[in-house]
Design a protein around this ligand. Sequence first.
Ligand code: PMP
Length: 357
Amino acid sequence: MSKFWSPIVSRLTPYTPGEQPKINNLIKLNTNENPYGPSPLAIAAIQREAADTLRLYPNPDSEPLKLAIAAQNAEYGVTPAHIFVGNGSDEVLAHAFQALLQHDEPILYPDITYSFYPTYSRLYQVAYKTIPLSDDFMIEVDDYLEAGKNGGIIFPNPNAPTGCLLPLSEVERLVAAQPDSVVIVDEAYIDFGGDSAIPLVSRYPNLLVVQTLSKSRSLAGLRVGFAVGHPDLIAALERVKNSFNSYPLDRLAIAGATAAMQDQAHFDRTRLAVMNTRTGLVTGLNALGFEVLPSAANFVFARHPHHDAAILSAGLRADGVIVRHFTNERIAQFLRITVGSDSDCHALLTALPKHLL
Ligand code: PMP
């Protein structure tokens, strides 16, 4: 810290990302990456783009990508005017905090949730109030309805790091009951077993749905995310974006993401593979005595009644398997384990027993 730092930056606790280890032979089950890799059509599109056009600035509106997302959601009345794209959904969320959540009343989000929300709240000086999850780690819509006036609501669905899903009917109940609040549903993990709220967008002008290509499209390294909402919400995001960086997506990202959105077969094949592996992983963890929260994500959240999660995490690491452990008191007994390939999950289940003696 130095005297040149602004007061906001001095008070900021930055988000701590999951570890990206330098050693390659580790089994990495800590940051919810997809083991199957992106669509080959996306890689080919990136190669073509790299060969031909990097001399030129990209399309400032990422138009080909917006058209591909709109085409996929055309039956719900989604057009390019309903879509915002950014450099990962983290950037989309950052713009949403600035563009849509800076009001007098505090915004609401769960107490156990994606830890970028408190970081963005502090960075953009957005007051917030956390709403505790229920005893079984679920989001309870009634608790939000009873919390009084608010400056907006944001939550991941499925929630992170629990993986638990709020049914679409409950999402709709919340959005419908709060017409004066923007409700942002962060669907980073929705493709692994949940129903997206995108079909609701045409009926609720207060709903913004945020998705990413990092997980179900296996493009975490390309950094592409998007939001779908009423054109008035999208216009606010575009205004912030254009005041910040009018070219957030580069040519490679636009080309790769567009091709990835169009490859439905690869998308369905790989997300089903992740869901199948998840079933086996949960069975294996249960057999070892773990309690696993119901997951609709590409990770599971598991605790053992007799073993300390921090010690288990360190023991696994010594065996070359990295999982995520959070120090937040309410969830300190849990491990968050990414659903990797079958062989990754087998390695985890083989490494665990000796730490449970
Ligand atoms: N939302 C949630 C709930 C997440 O867990 C993540 C991944 N860390 C993101 C958003 C951001 O993903 P990305 O920036 O890679 O799109």
